[in-house]
Write a protein that binds this ligand. Structure first.
Ligand code: PRX
Length: 649
């Protein structure tokens, strides 16, 4: 047995396996064999203003359209319908600030805030179809802003508050946003990050934005430009406003979320209203089976798809109570997460493998300081979870009685694609496997030439059919949508990941098959870092790749050739780090930057990133016969040796 196979051990989760509900197979079969009936039933998870005419319009593949003709509003589904029933006074969010401050907002309170801000947006001239960029930290104004946009049909594009001015400017430009919603700062690990300053810098590079709404959060002093910048508390004047929710078509766009690809600038993933709403609410229910009185904590940031789907839309549609935490999970101490679970009696925790590995490093002492007995289900997302982190989570946080719901999905899928279904019948779990597909997802694993692999063989995972949460297109770029996702394997959705299906039918996701990096569960493009480097005046060439890391999954490594003018600059590495931090954001800053005289290239002058990576990681670089300058390989080796020597001392 190989090491990998050995680690695929079965752990019982019998306490939560209710055989009466164990009809996953049957539900899955119906979703594949009778999709129209299945999704017709499932669509009732939402309230519709007008029923749809057709479940799926597949007349123009790959531009699939779900629930065509249906009219609905997701802000109505997230708040109005709860206010009309027993959930009016139920907590929608329990918000916890990094400094321990707390706010509880009921569904009624959320309804009022959403209406007030929707009215403010209308007063500022925003209308259906306009684009707004939201650049906010984890504060309650974030879900309020998303829902207010959804209420009036404004397409929002949330930009993660850890991104820099260049990344923000690119997203503003591509979306053509008329407005930016931000705050005077963000609290993170005891420091204040000047978000408004970053917005000001980004706006120097763009021209579409006429208004900037600024939430006062930190009291940080900011520049307010006359005629453009306005405080949130000054625009939300009418405390009693009511705004009729716009009757959106099911196929009207809800949001654009930019994500990294293999080539070029980030891609604007465009999500629908009806299909997306049905998908996120259904998948949360199936996978985690949250109950009315549960407290659900999705510990992601709203800036990533996990936050959009499982902090905002799905839990609100289902009428749940969510925990929302503003700060870092290790601040002020490594027991922060466990302390929150104890204090707020959290029942379901959904976090990332990187968070688990980070906290695992601090040892069992920290979780032992707290009573975690309210937990009944645990979840992970964003990257493959290694069996040892899985077991630590299972044993030390869940005390071997909470199933772990490993959810595999992507920005493009809108919601979970492969995950165990607590609600439909939990399979015995295998640490490191996301187990089985959600209803409606039909995966296959293929070789490079499109042949199905045998069990236990690695290949490219594709989906054979559309599903409701599927993105509609790439904003402004339908051609790229077709070519990136549907051309490699004709007509099938290619998601860019490697996977294995074992002989019991379990899926094991093995990471990206392309040049996309996954650092702490954050999806980043090598090409973006290379671009930021080569547009620096000191840099001639750059090659960037991911190196495996025990905690973060991957870290970024860059090899750089500097121009002659910068050859004697001893501060070049800190300068480049600073530039990347400011342009793209701290998550993009390479762990290692190596300066070399040349990089391996083909005869046509193309940098062979694959070779640089293999040599730097001490692997066999494969075929290097087409290499123009073989001495560069020795340079890469020497740079790594030197780095190791310095690190040792
Ligand atoms: O490689 C897969 C990995 O994260 C990628 C998607 O990143 P993003 O669009 O930013 O969405 C992250 C949150 C859903 C995938 O292509 N990935 C995500 N979840 C898992 C995973 N890899 C293995 N196991 C997972 N559970």
């Amino acid at each position: 047995m190989s090491k990998e196979e050995e680690s695929r051990e079965v752990l019982p989760t019998k306490e939560y396996y209710n055989p009466k509900m164990g009809n996953y197979q049957e539900v899955y079969r119906r979703s594949i064999e009778e999709p129209d009936r299945f999704w017709q039933d499932q669509s009732k998870i939402l309230d519709w203003f007008k029923g749809f005419d057709e479940v799926l319009d597949d007349s123009n593949p790959p531009f699939y359209r779900w629930f065509k003709g249906g009219k609905l509003n997701l802000s109505y589904n997230a708040v109005d319908r709860h206010v009309k029933m027993h959930r009016r006074n139920k907590a929608a969010y329990i918000w916890i600030a990094e400094n321990g401050e707390e706010k509880i907002i009921t569904y009624d309170g959320l309804y009022r805030r959403v209406n007030n801000f929707a009215k403010a947006l209308l007063d500022m001239g925003m209308k259906k179809g306009d684009r707004v960029v939201i650049y906010l930290p984890m504060i309650l104004e974030a879900p309020v802003a998303l829902l207010a946009c959804a209420r009036i049909g404004v397409i929002f594009s949330f930009v993660f508050a850890g991104f820099g001015a260049g990344a923000l400017a690119d997203r503003i430009k591509d979306s053509g946003a008329k407005m930016v919603i931000t705050s005077d700062g963000a609290n993170r690990s005891g420091k204040v990050i000047d978000l408004k300053g970053i917005v000001d810098e980004a706006l120097e590079q763009t021209s579409s934005v006429g208004t900037v709404v600024v939430v006062k959060r930190t009291g940080n002093s900011v520049n307010m430009e006359e005629g453009r910048d306005i405080w949130w508390h000054d625009v939300v004047k009418d405390g009693q406003a009511y705004v009729d929710p716009e009757w959106m078509d099911s196929t009207d766009p809800l949001y654009i979320l930019y994500t990294s690809g293999t080539t070029g600038k980030p891609k604007g993933v465009l999500h629908s209203t009806g299909g997306y709403g049905v998908w996120v609410a259904s998948t949360l229910k199936w996978a985690f089976d949250p109950q009315e009185d549960d407290r659900w904590w999705c510990a992601a940031d709203i800036g990533w798809v996990t936050g959009h789907s499982y902090i905002v839309f799905a839990p609100l549609i289902l009428g749940l109570t969510s925990i929302m935490y503003e700060g870092a999970i290790t601040y002020p101490a490594p027991d922060r997460m466990w302390e929150i679970i104890e204090r707020y009696r959290v029942n379901i925790l959904y976090t990332s493998p990187t968070a688990i590995r980070t906290l695992m490093r601090y040892g069992e002492k920290y979780p032992r300081m707290h009573d975690l007995s309210t937990l009944k289900t645990l979840g992970t997302v964003g990257e493959p979870i290694n069996p040892s982190a899985w077991k630590w989570y299972y044993e030390n946080i869940g005390y071997s009685r909470c199933p772990i719901i490993d959810t595999y999905w992507q920005t493009e899928t809108g919601g979970f694609a492969i995950a165990p279904s607590l609600n439909l019948g939990l399979p015995p779990l295998k640490p490191g496997s996301a187990t089985f597909p959600m209803p409606g997802i039909e995966p296959t694993i293929l070789t490079d030439s499109g042949k199905e692999v045998k069990p236990n063989e690695k290949g490219f995972i594709v989906y054979n059919r559309p599903w409701p949460g599927m993105f509609m297109t790439l904003y402004n770029d339908p051609e790229r949508f077709k070519s990136v996702y549907f051309e490699k394997f004709k007509g099938k959705y290619y998601c860019g990941d490697y996977a294995v299906k074992d002989s019991d039918g379990y899926y094991w996701l093995l990471g990206r098959a392309d040049e996309v990096l996954n650092v702490s569960g954050h999806r980043l493009g090598t090409i973006e870092v290379e671009d930021a480097l080569i547009t620096s005046q000191e840099v001639a060439e750059a090659a960037v790749f991911g190196k495996p890391d025990e905690v973060k999954g991957e870290v970024i490594v860059a090899f750089v050739v500097v121009k002659e003018s910068a050859a004697d600059d001893r501060d070049i590495v800190p300068k480049l780090r600073k530039r990347i931090r400011e342009d793209l954001g701290p998550v993009y800053v390479p762990e290692e930057i190596h300066i070399v005289k040349s990089l391996p290239k083909t005869r046509s002058g193309k940098i062979m990133r694959r070779v640089v990576k293999a040599v730097a990681l001490g692997q066999v670089p494969g075929d290097i016969s087409t290499l123009e300058n073989s001495a560069s390989v020795d340079e890469v080796k020497a740079a790594i040796e030197e780095f190791k020597k310095v690190a040792k001392n």
